[in-house]
Design a protein around this ligand. Structure first.
Ligand SMILES: Nc1ncnc2c1ncn2[C@@H]1O[C@H](COP(=O)(O)OP(=O)(O)O)[C@@H](O)[C@H]1O
Ligand SMILES: [Mg+2]
Length: 159
């Protein structure tokens, strides 16, 4: 069974901090698959991650475009929202070019395209627990994602 790690966010600053801690590990080909209900904080977390890797453009929800590309300091940032994706769009977009490409891919509503995701990735589930409270559950699949989570746990950021 895959290991589960937890992070409790008591506000947007905490969510930003998790993104910042995670950003220290990111490299080309990183895939982060995010799920959680509407308003859970998927986009907010993506914004934190984008900022942490040096994206200066405003990151907002790419629901209608499915994927938006941003320029970070070192790496491109590919932000996807697949809530409304159709099979045809999925085929046309060439998702693998992003997943196995030269940037960091973050997918909102990732479980909707589970069969299309790379086997190795970092799954993150965000649960709404109150106006400011969120529970992040991280489920890494494979390396290097498991190693990152272990390290963040050792450093006291995850339980
Ligand atoms: N701890 C928190 N972490 C992230 N967002 C939070 C937190 N507390 C409150 N929020 C608010 O929750 C909302 C999350 O919205 P958004 O990120 O668009 O959700 P989603 O993309 O999952 O639909 C934002 O308005 C944000 O300000
Ligand atoms: Mg969103």
């Amino acid at each position: 069974m895959q290991a589960l790690y937890e992070f409790r966010s008591h506000g947007e600053d905490d969510t930003e901090e998790l993104a910042r801690q995670l950003s220290r590990h990111l490299h080309a080909g990183t895939v982060i698959a995010v799920d959680g209900d509407l308003g859970a904080g998927k986009t907010r977390f993506s914004q934190g991650l984008a900022r942490a890797i040096g994206v200066t453009e405003i990151v907002n929800s790419p629901t209608f475009t499915i994927v938006k590309e941003y320029k970070g300091t070192q790496l491109p940032f590919y932000h996807m929202d697949v809530y409304r994706i159709t099979q045809m769009e999925a085929d046309d977009l060439g998702l693998d070019e992003y997943f196995y490409g030269d940037g960091i891919t973050m997918i909102e509503w990732a479980s909707l395209i589970e069969p299309l995701l790379p086997m190795e990735r970092l799954n993150i589930f965000i649960a709404y627990e109150g106006e400011q409270e969120r529970l992040f559950r991280l489920a890494p699949i494979g390396e290097p994602y498991s190693g990152w989570c272990n390290q963040m746990k050792e450093n006291g950021y995850l339980t």
